[in-house]
Design a protein around this ligand. Structure first.
Ligand SMILES: [Zn+2]
Length: 278
């Protein structure tokens, strides 16, 4: 593996977090993130630096994991010799189709969500991303870490991901960079780089509220825990925008808070997001 791979992954993650902050947190800690991104970029050798800057102009996703010999950005199945190169070479490897940088990492948490069979009706709206089995109308958790754990475990139990423990670790590392809590008691803890299926989320409700962000006075009551394939990062911002818009309305939040079974919570979510998540 090229010695700068982890550095590049970190740089991409920070750039994506900066885009999230710009869209939803009104510049909260943006200067800090700008400085970190500039710092990480400056630490690259000149040739990698110019490559990265060139790639970033085209798309925010510059480096993606290879899973089962497939580029997770464009779906290209790589020739066996290339797969081996990505695994062992100390040179940077690119996908021959989408030209993004590729890396291989053993033991990444995976999304086990199965692609729908042809005979099944195509899912629409929010049903593309979640299910009634991923709803927790009454979170037992009273802390941020426990809420993330409870939702990750639910996702594993329902057969959507293979390793809740790894997801919790990755999600809390992400929270440590900058909290994913937004206004109106919403939070969107998430893990990027969960490949193998589509973007998937679980929803947990806490009527008492949970302290998600040390800087904020308000408590979080509605928690969306989201696993995101790297290539869906831009799309994730759209989903986030739709959910944040829906639940900026007090009526919509109230409708979620009052449901007491996973099925009813799911039904309410589907109904409330009909217009915002097409
Ligand atoms: Zn590709």
């Amino acid at each position: 593996m090229h010695p700068k791979i982890n550095h590049l992954i970190q740089l991409q993650e920070l750039s994506l977090i900066r885009a999230e902050q710009k869209a939803h947190r009104h510049g909260h800690r943006l200067d800090e993130l700008d400085a970190s991104v500039a710092d990480l970029t400056a630490q690259l050798t000149p040739d990698i630096q110019s490559l990265v800057v060139r790639m970033q102009k085209r798309d925010s996703i510059i480096i993606v994991p290879m899973v089962n010999g497939i580029c997770t950005a464009c779906g290209m199945r790589l020739p066996t010799s290339h797969v081996q190169q990505v695994k062992v070479s100390d040179q940077l490897q690119v996908c021959p189709v989408c030209t993004r940088l590729l890396y291989f990492q053993d033991g990444l948490p995976l999304n086990l969500g199965k692609a729908p069979r042809r005979s099944e009706p195509r899912k629409l709206g929010i049903a593309k991303f979640s299910a009634s089995t991923l709803m927790i109308p009454r979170l037992a958790a009273t802390t941020r870490d426990d809420a993330v754990r409870e939702l990750a475990l639910k996702m594993q139990e329902a057969g959507f991901v293979d390793d809740a423990g790894k997801l919790v670790e990755a999600s809390l590392r992400r929270e440590a960079i900058v909290s994913t809590a937004l206004d109106h008691g919403l939070a969107f803890p998430h893990v990027r780089g969960v490949e193998g299926g589509g973007l998937t989320f679980g929803l947990g409700i806490s009527s008492k509220g949970i302290k998600f962000d040390d800087q904020e006075k308000s408590l979080t009551k509605i928690v969306f825990f989201i696993v995101i394939p790297t290539a869906a990062s831009a799309f994730y911002l759209k989903l986030l925008a739709g959910l944040a818009a829906t639940f900026s309305e007090a009526e919509a939040r109230k409708a979620l808070m009052t449901e007491d079974s996973p099925e009813k919570l799911w039904k309410a979510l589907v109904k409330l997001t009909k217009k915002t998540i097409p």
